[in-house]
Design a protein around this ligand. Structure first.
Ligand code: PMP
Length: 427
């Protein structure tokens, strides 16, 4: 055990679980690569969903942050804040939500917490619908709407949460139904639930479940839910913390894969939008955002520093069409991995779109989740110079691939070759 790891273990919570038997200390990065404290270089196929939406140490963002840090970081709420107004304008414009208002927080958890505050205040109900296997954050309210039991450490929620089917297709009563039958089963489930309860305030859903293993229902499912929700006066919150900003390639927001019944009433965002600077937020129709009858502020939400990063990062993303890049390069990567998977009985499926790709590991010859194989692939890839993520529901049996959105074709090929070796070694 390294000295730093021993010190980590001695002073930080036990449940702050690190990746790898011998955890890595990352010291610097550039583009799609990072280096560890021993000088080893890794291709980063996971940092894109965590912190780094565009590229590590992107000069445009570094410059904007250092200039702003040298100028002023002051209250984001008591005085006019130009970068906050500008970023809110851009996000409102790209959100697809009419008459949009934006509130900035410092994390995805706090963004969802705010969305819950707004939904419950607006609808005067503390009941929330969420998907099974969901992940929405780590605060008291958001663990209460997190269906993924491994990430929901208390049942003492201030909310009444009702879970519906819709995110997972590889297990459960609806496993292996075709798209139409799956949508019909899930909408029946929702209708049945709503017919037997007082109207909840909102449904919150990740268009593609992130921590849950990059898994989703068929396109159109959330749109079909939307029709039913409308009949009951229930709001729709799209948690875009992982799916936003073009990551899925085909769409700028994950909800757009779900048809003509959008946009949602609210969407939440966070993670890489500040390329490592802590930005989260909620976009809501004005009528919903303005329903609070007392002030609500966030001291660090919307600081000039984080907003400067967000503005530079978003400008880079749009100017370089990184959504299109995610579609093209992600499409190649998915094709390549599917071809490998077809030869390996331990890979149950390669799913996802754009640069949000899940690889589900199963015990060969069965449908049983294989977390041991997933862990082995993670270790083997690391040893070969590639960082990937893992996730899943009751079992952590999915590999998660989410590089920065500027990934090149050559890097995709290099990563795919390493992954192929790692997958073969785990068979
Ligand atoms: N929602 C989703 C879909 C997430 O994946 C996460 C983070 N994994 C969150 C919310 C919480 O974001 P944060 O960690 O910034 O609080």
């Amino acid at each position: 055990m390294s000295d730093l790891y021993a010190r980590h273990r001695a002073v930080l919570p036990d449940w702050l679980a690190l990746y790898y038997e011998d955890p890595i200390e990352i010291t610097h990065g550039e583009g799609r690569h990072v280096w560890d404290a021993d000088g080893r270089r890794y291709l980063d196929f996971f940092g894109g969903i965590l912190t780094t939406m565009t590229a590590h140490a992107l000069p445009e963002v570094t410059k904007a942050v250092s200039e702003q840090a040298g100028r002023i970081i002051h209250s984001s709420t008591l005085y006019l804040n130009r970068p906050m107004v500008e970023l809110a304008e851009r996000i409102a414009q790209v959100s697809g939500i009419p008459d949009a208002r934006v509130f900035f927080t410092t994390s995805g958890t706090e963004a969802n917490d705010t969305a819950l505050l707004l939904a419950t205040a607006h609808r005067r109900s503390n009941a929330i619908l969420a998907l099974r296997n969901s992940y929405h954050g780590r605060s008291f309210s958001t663990v209460g709407i997190t269906g993924n039991r491994g990430w929901s450490p208390t049942s003492l929620s201030p909310l009444q949460t009702l879970y519906v089917h819709g995110g997972v297709r590889t297990r459960g009563p609806f496993a292996d139904l075709d798209d139409d039958a799956f949508v019909a089963a899930c909408t029946d489930d929702l209708r049945d639930l709503l017919g037997h309860t007082r109207p909840p305030a909102a449904l919150i859903a990740e268009p593609v479940q992130g921590v849950g293993g990059f898994t989703s229902g068929p396109d159109g499912l959330l749109g079909a839910f939307r029709e039913i929700l409308r009949e009951h006066g229930v709001l729709w919150i799209s948690d875009e913390v992982q799916t936003g900003w073009g990551r899925t390639g085909d769409h700028f927001w994950g909800w757009q894969a779900h048809g003509q019944n959008g946009p949602p009433d609210m969407l939440t965002f966070a993670k890489g939008v500040g390329n490592g600077m802590s930005i989260g937020g909620v976009v809501a129709r004005a009528e919903i955002m303005n329903c609070l009858d007392a002030n609500s502020i966030s001291t660090f939400g919307g600081t000039q520093l984080t907003m400067a990063a967000g503005l530079a990062n978003l400008a880079y993303l749009l100017e370089h069409d990184l959504q299109g890049n995610a579609r093209r390069v992600g499409g190649l990567l998915i094709e390549r991995l599917r071809a490998v998977a077809a030869q390996l009985p331990g890979v149950r499926e390669v799913r996802g779109r754009g640069l949000m790709i899940g690889v589900e590991m199963a015990v060969p010859g069965t449908d049983r989740a294989d977390p041991r194989a997933a862990a082995a692939v993670l270790e083997a890839a690391r040893a070969d110079g590639l960082l990937i993520g893992k996730g899943g529901g009751h079992d952590t049996s999915a590999l998660r691939i989410a590089p920065p959105l500027s990934l090149t074709v050559a890097e995709a090929e290099e990563g795919a070759a390493i992954l192929e070796r790692a997958l073969r070694s785990a068979q």
